[in-house]
Design a protein around this ligand. Structure first.
Ligand code: PRP
Ligand code: URA
Length: 212
């Protein structure tokens, strides 16, 4: 698995305010979207394209356009929804599917409670969005599920990742024979005893949408 952690001051600056416990929900939502857009620049570096002829006012030339089938963007509900706008702003022609997953806070196991995806993902390039990679259980399950349906290139995008989660995801995707890339805004220090990322930002879903 390729891991990309862009070294960019604007990402570090926005992450600082995202982490700050004084940041309110509207600001948190705006920052999550802006961070996604910055990470999308890296995440889509190898988006599939094909050549395409145009004429400028001066001369003909060859450009590129996104290939078909278009990339599929899949936010993992709930918190991944906070990254969706930031991604589709850069990739407006992408299709969007949804996976609802919730971590059992006792066992830290991920449970899938909703799924709205094309049945057949053969040949699809997929971008999976979730702000937090903690134990890695949710992302690993999601990657496996998409690969079983035929996705042949998966890029996971998160805002923060714990080293434990990166290792777990690496181990899990090693069994798959498709390229998997992780793009993360930060690699934090560790997980704490209840599976939260340290220093982290707390519960991303609650900070985006309130406590349910
Ligand atoms: C959070 C987060 C990830 C998961 C990460 O979601 O958005 O999906 O936990 O933890 P893991 O790497 O240990 O699996 P949560 O289950 O709290 O649901 P929510 O998005 O609805 O708040
Ligand atoms: N989920 C979150 O929202 N935050 C963490 O730190 C870990 C899992």
């Amino acid at each position: 698995m390729r891991v990309i952690n862009p070294d960019h001051r604007l990402i570090a600056h926005k992450l600082t305010y995202l982490r700050d416990e004084r940041t309110d929900s509207p600001t948190f939502r705006r920052l999550a979207e802006e961070l996604m857009t910055l990470l999308a620049y890296e995440a889509t570096r190898e988006v599939r394209v094909e050549p395409f002829e145009i004429r400028t006012p001066v001369a003909p030339t060859t450009g590129i356009k996104l290939s078909n089938p278009k990339p599929l963007v899949v936010p993992i509900l709930r918190a991944g929804l906070g990254m969706l706008e930031g991604m589709v702003r850069l990739l407006p022609s992408a299709e969007v599917g949804f996976l609802g997953m919730q971590r059992d806070e006792e066992t830290l196991e991920a449970v899938t409670y909703a799924n709205r995806l094309p049945d057949d993902l053969s040949g699809r390039q997929v971008y999976l969005l979730d702000p937090m990679l903690a134990t890695g259980g949710s992302m690993a399950d999601a990657v496996r599920y998409l690969a079983e349906r035929g996705a042949d290139d998966i890029t996971c995008v998160c805002l923060l990742a714990a080293p434990e989660g990166i290792s777990a995801l690496e181990d899990s995707v090693a069994a798959l024979d498709i390229p998997v890339t992780l793009v993360t805004g930060s690699i934090d220090e560790r997980l704490n005893e209840v599976g939260y990322i340290v220093p982290g930002l707390g519960d991303a879903g609650d900070r985006l949408y309130g406590v349910v």
